[in-house]
Design a protein around this ligand. Structure first.
Ligand code: ADP
Ligand code: MG
Ligand code: ZN
Length: 603
């Protein structure tokens, strides 16, 4: 809230009180009985009389002191005054102002005071002052240029996100350079990632790097009690921002506001929808060339209204992922800058011990360690303090989300390496771009990312069979190394079964059925989509045969992979050891570790 209007409000209140007080307190005059007054008139001891409908005021001659008398019905008053030769005048008593103040102003003031008291007690920042001065005005804090002191140096480990944001910074710094060439500048950038990975920090750093003002507001702040307030806040926010362009508008927790329309609980979503509609309208309405970039952050992109993600809105998505071991070390370095470390502290070891921690956890850990050391009156923070801090935070995290233990981590590493090695050994599969055992999202414990070397429109039977092999590779590796299988392969098996079923039913790739398809409608060749369950148009016997064929595809692939990985166990173990150490390995390095050549396809 701005300071100005608040002070103005209190000044007004003060003035009102003063005038009220003066009006209500009668001047200090002596009250006389009417009979006394009458005798004073007779003896000419009064002067300067003012006669109103119900009062007579005047001054006592000998004491030159004011007095007042309540009038009683006295038809002879004027006659008596004339007889005594006292100077007098009439006056219409004007009580309307007093009445007005008493009946209208005073109750309102009392009401406002009580209201402001209640709002304060409820923890709200505003009061009646704000109520009047800025009803519906956005609470967006304006971080003046010098206020944003965060730079990319304060954010570690999100290199890919930084790379994508550099373009935005460039644009904010030199908008002319871009607009001269007529290029379309992105309006909206959505930062997506788990909580605590530094999305808010990153948005601020962009403003800091570009040296532009930073308007920030949380999605939940837009959604208020009163219908229409959120929408007018959005309008106001954009108005303010356009005046300060180039600048950044940052909407934190976009999901609070941008949840898909029509899915909310009863009550309250009316307001949210209005606010969301206003946001969409504003985003479409303003000219990106003015240099206003809208950034938003969310950890639940799946609940967002699709309209928000359409072209011209938040069409650019930047993934802010969990840090891997190297990233964690870098983040620790940043947060240990202001901390006195003992020489026995090794940040690399700490990074290795904090699998699953995000930036916020690490910052928290450093702080916790410093507090622990201070409690023990140490002059430096030692390794033992950090270890105690880790234990404490892990205990907290294990309740909230899964942190893998050592054994699980090993299983996941071998599983992912199984996928990777299979993909690299087979001739037709896409090369592996990255393999990681850093958790991504809620379900996946690790991931193997393959990127095609070219656009594909068709897939051959042997390519599909190889794809099956890669999917089964994870489970096969677990079986070979641990002689045991885990639940981690469930998703792989599901996808493998889908592909095998499609090969049999849709693509007619079996010898038994020949070029026969059992699917009425042809689906696009997008194989990762689950099978659509339609009405069966074949006999039970055929269904059984289809199942057999599917099983055969899977079993053949499984046998092939098992043979292949068993023959390359040394490679599997080397890669898994490297992955356990580094947590994420990029494609080139994978091939270096495995001693395999770069994959190329002839055109
Ligand atoms: P998010 O918005 O993604 O939930 P925040 O940006 O609020 O996360 O991060 C909270 C705090 O955690 C930051 O203020 C910072 O101290 C620390 N932090 C998180 N990620 C990083 C990072 N990548 N580098 C440095 N510090 C980080
Ligand atoms: Mg945040
Ligand atoms: Zn897998």
């Amino acid at each position: 809230m701005k300071k100005g209007p608040q002070i103005l409000f209190y000044v007004m209140l003060f003035i009102l009180f003063i005038s009220l007080f003066r009006m209500l307190s009668t001047p200090p005059s002596e009250q006389l009985d009417y009979s006394k007054f009458k005798s004073l008139v007779a003896s000419k001891q009064v002067k300067d009389l003012v006669v109103t409908q119900d009062m007579i005021r005047g001054v006592l001659v000998d004491q030159s002191k004011p007095f007042r008398v309540v009038r009683v019905t006295d038809d002879d008053l004027v006659k008596n005054l004339e007889a005594a030769g006292v100077n007098y005048r009439g006056e219409i008593s004007d009580n309307w102002l007093k009445d007005f103040v008493l009946i209208w102003i005073l109750p309102i003031i009392v009401f406002l005071l009580i209201w402001s008291f209640i709002i304060r007690r409820m923890g709200g920042a505003g009061g009646p002052g704000e109520m009047f001065m800025s009803f519906g005005k956005s609470k967006a804090k304006l971080y003046a240029e010098s206020d944003v002191k965060v730079s990319f140096n304060d954010v570690a480990g999100v290199e890919e996100a930084k790379e994508e944001l550099i373009e935005i910074i460039d644009f904010l710094r030199y908008p002319d350079k871009f607009t001269k060439l007529g290029g379309r500048i992105p309006k909206g950038v959505l930062l997506v990632g788990p909580p605590g990975t530094g999305k808010t920090l990153l948005a601020k750093a962009v403003a800091g790097e570009a040296k532009v003002p930073f308007f920030s507001m949380s999605g939940s702040e837009f959604v208020e009690m009163f219908v229409g307030v959120g929408a007018s806040r959005v309008r106001d926010l954009f108005q303010q921002a356009v005046q300060k362009a180039p600048c950044i508008i940052f909407i934190d927790e976009l999901d609070a506001l941008g949840r898909a329309r029509g899915t909310g609980m009863a009550g309250g979503h009316e307001e949210r929808e209005q606010t969301l509609n206003q946001l969409l309208a504003e985003m479409d309405g303003f000219d990106a060339r003015k240099g206003v970039i809208i950034m938003a952050a969310t950890n639940r992109p799946e609940v967002l209204d699709p309209a928000l993600l359409r072209a011209g809105r938040f069409d650019r998505h930047v993934l802010v992922d969990r840090p891997n071991i190297k990233d964690r070390e870098d983040i620790l370095k940043i947060h240990a800058r202001g901390v006195k470390l003992s020489t026995n502290v090794d940040l690399a070891i700490l990074a290795a011990r904090t699998v699953g921690f995000v930036g916020a956890d690490l910052a928290n850990m450093v702080n916790e360690a410093a507090l622990l050391a201070a409690r023990k009156n140490k002059t430096e923070v030692e390794m033992t303090d950090f270890e105690a801090a880790i234990d404490r935070i892990v205990a907290g995290l294990e309740k909230k989300r899964r942190v893998m233990n050592k054994k699980e981590k090993e299983i996941v590493a071998y599983h992912e390496c199984g996928h990777t090695l299979t993909a690299e050994l087979l001739p037709t599969t896409d090369p592996v771009h990255r393999v990681s055992i850093v958790q991504r999202g809620i379900a996946a414990l690790g991931y193997t990312l393959q990127l095609p070397t070219e656009d594909r429109y068709l897939m051959t039977k042997s390519e599909l069979q190889d794809k099956l092999c890669v999917m089964l590779g994870g489970r096969v590796a677990e079986e070979i190394v641990f002689n045991e299988i885990s639940t981690g392969a469930q998703n792989d098996l599901q996808r493998a079964a889908d592909i095998a079923r499609s090969m049999v039913k849709e693509f007619g790739m079996t010898e038994r059925f020949g070029p026969l398809t059992f699917e009425k409608e042809r689906r696009p060749l997008f194989l990762d989509v689950g099978l659509t369950g339609g009405a069966k148009e074949y006999s039970e016997e055929t269904a059984r045969q289809i199942d057999e064929e599917v099983k055969r595809f899977i079993n053949d692939a499984y046998g092939k992979v098992k043979e292949m990985l068993a023959a390359n166990q040394d490679k599997l173990r080397t890669l898994a050891a490297a992955l356990l150490e580094k947590e994420t390995i990029e494609g080139e390095e994978i091939r270096k570790i495995l001693g395999l050549p770069e994959k190329k396809r002839e055109a």
